[in-house]
Design a protein around this ligand. Structure first.
Ligand SMILES: [Zn+2]
Length: 266
């Protein structure tokens, strides 16, 4: 196997010390091992975010260093589904922060946390803030659908809100594109059974006014929230490519982002 220039852990320590001089953006992918309906594997979040990060790193040689992925996320509300691995929210916060602080300790100044699992986001937001407040580095986090909202909303056929939440049109389409052989479309079902509400729903592309998360089997017995039956590989290809292009643009902007000195105004 060849060494890959964009993989953090394919460098020796003297090589890594050299890479600090160029200040590439260090990307930490994180996903989950979690139920994704009866039609998608447990690795959906991990596989999609890793594939997107790797494609971006290949498109922008020298600009990205990709850390090993953290494969587990915050899942307590999914534990009624066999196979799901749950990391306690406070453990996850400290674990991810230890990773970003290590990277900052070695001199890297631009860190992005790339997320594939929605429920990691409130925790990763705190990690990114603490990384900025407690180190010399700057740090941001995102979940991949947020990088290509215009295209996703244009291609979308499932109802708004609720059609794109989990193991849905969006995740299923992208999985069909990256490895359709692992998707069992004959087992895909539409499942949109949250109580009707003006204030509380689940949708990756349109957050609800009230944040609320219950144990998942109270509103989905399939593990789906949304409509994966309208997913296609063609939509997935266009979405995947748009996210990868946006990630490369984000990396370039983030790396060049001006940052003034702090000033104590007391
Ligand atoms: Zn997912």
């Amino acid at each position: 196997m060849e060494r890959k220039h964009y993989l953090y852990q394919h460098h020796t320590w003297p090589e890594l010390r050299e890479r600090v001089k160029d200040q590439p953006v260090v990307i930490l992918p994180i996903g989950s091992v979690e139920d994704h309906g009866r039609h998608l594997p447990l690795d959906t979040d991990n596989f999609l975010i890793w594939s997107m990060c790797e494609a971006a790193a290949q498109k922008a040689p020298g600009e990205i260093l990709l850390l090993p992925q953290i494969p587990f996320g915050f899942e307590t509300h999914h534990m009624d589904f066999p196979g799901t691995i749950d990391i306690h929210m406070e453990h996850l916060l400290h674990f991810v922060l230890d990773v970003t602080k290590s990277v900052a300790h070695h001199g890297f100044r631009h860190i992005l946390i790339a997320d594939g699992h929605g429920s990691n986001m409130p925790i990763l937001d705190l990690v990114a803030r603490r990384t900025i407040l407690e180190t010399e580095a700057t740090c941001g986090c995102f979940i991949w659908p947020s990088l290509a909202p215009d295209l996703i909303n244009k291609l979308r056929e499932s109802p708004v809100p609720g059609g794109m939440a989990h193991a849905c049109e969006l995740e299923t389409s992208v999985y069909l594109h990256v490895d359709g052989a692992r998707v069992q479309m004959d087992k895909a079902v539409k499942d949109m059974n949250l109580p009707p509400s003006q204030f509380i729903w689940l949708d990756l592309m349109k957050g609800s006014p009230v944040l609320y998360m219950d144990h998942w089997t109270r509103f989905s017995r399939s593990g789906v929230v949304g409509d994966p039956t309208v997913a296609t590989a063609e939509k997935g290809k266009r979405i995947f490519e748009a996210v990868v292009d946006a990630l490369v643009a984000l990396v370039r902007e983030f790396r060049a982002r001006p940052r003034r000195e702090r000033e104590n105004l007391h």
